[in-house]
Design a protein around this ligand. Sequence first.
Ligand code: GLY
Length: 397
Amino acid sequence: MKILLKTCQLLIVALVLTGCKNKTEKPVEDTRTIIEKCTDQYTFLSDSIKSALDTKRMMPRNIGKNGQTGLTGIYDWTSGFYPGSLWYLNLLTNDSKWENLALEYTKKLDTIQYWTGNHDVGFMIECSYGNALKKEASAAFDSVIVQTAKSLATRFHPGAGIIQSWDSSKKWNCPVIIDNMMNLELLFHATEISGDSTYYNIAVSHANKTMENHFRADNSSFHVLNYDTETGEVLEKRTHQGYADDSAWARGQAWGLYGFTLCYRVTKDENYLNQALKIADFIKNHPNLPEDNIPYWDYNAPVDENTPRDASAAAITASALLELSGYLSTEKSNIYNTFANDIIKSLSSPAYFAETGTNNGFLLKHSVGSLPHGVEIDTPLNYADYYFLEALYRQQN
Ligand code: GLY
């Protein structure tokens, strides 16, 4: 009888534990506390860079080798992330202090709408003006989105069906990087605003070519493809920021996951959803993914105790997974939602989340910009903070 009772008790405990594991975790209390810490830390950051507001380098990007906050100008590819983070703080707290600051920094980017110098205008304008439009409708801001899409569309090669990432050089004929998937959000947004399907069609063409050419059999992606602009032939498959041409650069996998998820959001094309799921599984099941779910800078980098993690890749992945899980059946959704929440939990821990008043005001520690170029290794990065805040916002909503 005793043995039977004990067995029943164990069975009940096991069932309860299994139930908990399959339930969507939503650590509301923890999230609130972490949001408060984010506002304290960004108050510290914004106060510390106030004097640079009306200079040419006003956007905080990283911590330089000299320990000072690295500030950049509006043409830097990361210039939209600081205003974007301020918008997320406003959306998360409803405190008008963040709205005023976000507006001030967003408007600094006004001239970027006419810039055709590279593909990053999607990041720059969608993270700043795009998020401003989440807060409040504005015809003036709508027109910035549409004009930026016009500028970005000048980089589209109809023969090859792709948007050129960087200008041609001695090294590249027509380089397209996996990161470019992120710029499609702005094109979709411009069609939604203007009703002009040109931008939507360019985005779909680029996504389809990327799906066709950028991925390997194991569902990891190359970083850079070099195209012939007329025929669309892929001339080379290389890396720029990864460990090797045939390795899986961690942030590149995150950009792909986020990019195909957003393509599914807009088009409802199941091929994009399946591509996003394949990338999510590649990341989730990778043998080199550490137990705390924060990847090393490249999934194929040799690992020792000094190999840097990339918190930015983790933050982008978490935010993308939260969106992806919303498009799935309950059972599947729970898997990716739990994975996202586990990543956020790790990023919110003292190992990655900076104590208020430290880390020059940035939220997250331990990201990598470009290890092969020896820059931004194990540093805070403004885009790690941006996608972390976006993930908190998605978690909250
Ligand atoms: N888009 C550039 C990077 O991810 O470093």
